[in-house]
Design a protein around this ligand. Structure first.
Ligand code: SIN
Ligand code: FE2
Length: 211
């Protein structure tokens, strides 16, 4: 199923939750640490920043990106940008991360953005759809690292019934098919639930095809 040669045993099978595929514990500890060290290099080149929402408040989540495009937000709206706010190009998506995409969504196009979200103890993300991409036939793949995050999934219309689950370090989620445009968000994280990040907090990566 994958080209990570070092994993003892098979990858977990996914559980389907409202059309999302949740792979609990997909990444080994070594794989998580490998991705983290690649992310540190990304953040050195393209530092985390706090985007301003179109409503004029800074987001509680800090972000940066890797890939051809990075996701950003400011007073004029949400969008993909070809460069970091500093003007520097986004670093390429590390192979350690691309390998996850290729293993869980083998038929998909290559991702053009890896959005890196950092949640400190107080950060959250309101319910939203991922709809700034052009091709909704392509999935979004999410990778969670560090502290647990309470992830909420709704339907394709705002205001519907929702269901929540905890995403833990090493979990992978595929948001695709009929669920590609389902609302989702993070109510809160549970500080101190993982030792992966020395200063605590949660990292979520979302891989997207943008064009
Ligand atoms: C996102 O929807 O961009 C982030 C989801 C998450 O943090 O799990
Ligand atoms: Fe999202």
């Amino acid at each position: 199923m994958s080209d990570f040669p070092d994993r003892p045993g098979a990858r977990p099978e996914p559980a389907e939750i409202r059309g999302f595929l949740h792979y609990s514990g997909w990444l080994t500890g070594d794989e998580q640490r490998g991705i983290l060290s690649d992310l540190r290099a990304v953040a050195r080149a393209a530092p985390l920043f706090s985007p301003m929402t179109p409503y004029g408040r800074p987001m509680s989540v800090r972000m940066t990106s890797a890939g051809k495009f990075g996701w950003t937000s400011d007073r004029s709206g949400y969008r993909y940008a070809a460069a970091h706010p500093s003007g520097t190009a986004w670093p390429p998506i590390p192979d350690s991360i691309l390998r996850v995409w290729r293993a869980v969504v083998p038929g998909a196009r290559e991702p053009e953005c890896c959005l890196i979200n950092y949640y400190g103890a107080e950060a959250r993300m309101g319910l939203h759809q991922d709809r700034d991409e052009r091709d909704f036939t392509q999935p979004v793949v999410s990778i969670s690292l560090g502290d647990d995050g309470l992830f909420r999934i709704g339907g394709t219309e705002r205001g519907g019934r929702t269901q929540s689950l905890w995403l833990r370090s090493g979990d992978v989620m595929v948001m695709g098919g009929p669920a590609r445009l389902c609302y989702h968000g993070v109510d809160r994280i549970a500080p101190g639930t993982s030792l992966l990040l020395p200063k605590g907090g949660r990292i979520n990566l979302t891989l997207r095809v943008v064009t």
